[in-house]
Structures are given as C-alpha cells and as structure tokens.
Design a protein around this ligand. Sequence first.
Ligand code: DER
Length: 253
Amino acid sequence: ASIEASKRAAATEAVKNHYPLNAKWVGIGSGTTIVYVVEAIKNLGTDTSLTRFVPTGYQSKQLITKAGLTPVEFDAIPEGVVLDIAFDGADEVDDDLNCIKGGGACLFQEKIVALQAKEFICVADSRKLQNRLLTNWAYIPIEVAPIAAHRVVRKLKEMGSKNPAIRLNTVAKEGPLKTDQGFFIVDAPFPPLLTPSDVQAGKDGSGKAGVWEVSTLANKIKAIPGVLEVGIFHGITGPQAQEAGAVGGQKPF
Ligand code: DER
C-alpha cells in the first residue's frame, strides 16, 4: 500500500479502537498522519459539538478548525480537566513505545498535551517502528531558547552528538526556524538509543561513545540550561504509562 494509505489505515484503526465516543476533551497532534486521525474522528459520525479539541500548534489548530471541530488552546483548559485522550504522530517508535518526535518542530506543545491526557495514542505507519530509536531517524529534535542555542550545541557535542545543528528554514526565509513559542530547534544526531531491556542485558547506556539509554539521555538533555523540551517521549504511551498509574505516564500539572 502507498505510504499515505498506510498512514490512513493506522489512523482509522487507532480511532476505531481508542476514541471514546463520549469524549469531551481530545488532544490533536501535528504532522501529516494526524490529518487522517481527524478525518477518522469525523467519519465516526458521533456528535462532537460538545467536544473540545486541544491543538499542539498552529498547523494543528488549523486542522481542527478546518474540520469544523472546536479548538481550545492548552492555556484555556479549565483547572482540573484531564483530556480523555490525545492522538499524535511520531518520527520513530521503539518496541517499548518510546517515540522520537519533533520532525515537525511542534514537540513542546505535543508533549504538554500528551502529558495532560489519560491516554496518549501514537499513530505511526510501519516505516516508523524500529527496535531502537535513532535507527532510521537520525537525530533528536530539541526546543531551545535562541540565546542559549550555541551553548546547548556545544554541550550536546560533549555528550557524543555528531554535529548537532540549529534547524534552518528550508525555504522562503533565511535563518533559523522559529517554533510556535518563538524558540529554535536543535537537531542532535546520536547512535541508536538503548532500551531498558538492552541495559538489563548488560549493554552500557551511560553515554560512552555517545551511546545512551533512552530515558537517561532524555533527562540529561532536558537538564541542559536553555532547553525547553526534548523530542524523546518515554513513559507516556502504552502499558508503561498505565503501570505508572498516573495520567499520561506522569502526574498532570
Ligand atoms: O513533529 C512531530 O513529532 C510529528 O508528530 C511528526 O514528526 C510526525 O509527522 P508525520 O505524521 O508527518 O510523519
């Protein structure tokens, strides 16, 4: 099947199996696969007139509005509301359902919306599934305060990233890309990320030669001064999140 057909099939399956028909609050991600998720929600034919759809950036908000659904921005979610579910795409997914996200430069709002949902559904066609993250997709997108970007790049090199770089606009405008927050994206290549089971099997994920375990690297990058968010989603999907017992794998905030 064509890539578009497999994206549509994945989205249709995800909505059919997970969309709660009485959903009141639904997170909507960014990218191209999510377009088919919104299409599948519309095709359910359920009454969505009282459902609020929380976007994860400008493109996501346009998608919701164009579909005739009601967008409510993250900062307008009433106190105490937890989203029934959040759908989003990913650039790569590993066997533990950890994801690399940020190919579309929307990772910050994607993560805060995913963390605010009872359940986060990552919709990805088979191209995206690899045993380890950074097998096919080469780099981790990181959202960074512009004034600190060069220092973050230097720190990432010390952590073993080969040639981390500030993402430039590809067309139409010279200079670095700006996110919906007005921040920069630094794309940091690393060797494939070891899973917890790799580490249990004795592989060393402590950063020698730039080889890290998924959550170790995510936490280390997040701690670099100037970093707003890291495009590694771990502990937010699937059984690990439910085991954590909390919404979206971590406590809502
Ligand atoms: O930026 C992101 O994380 C997006 O979800 C994204 O990269 C997935 O995009 P796609 O559905 O167009 O592959």
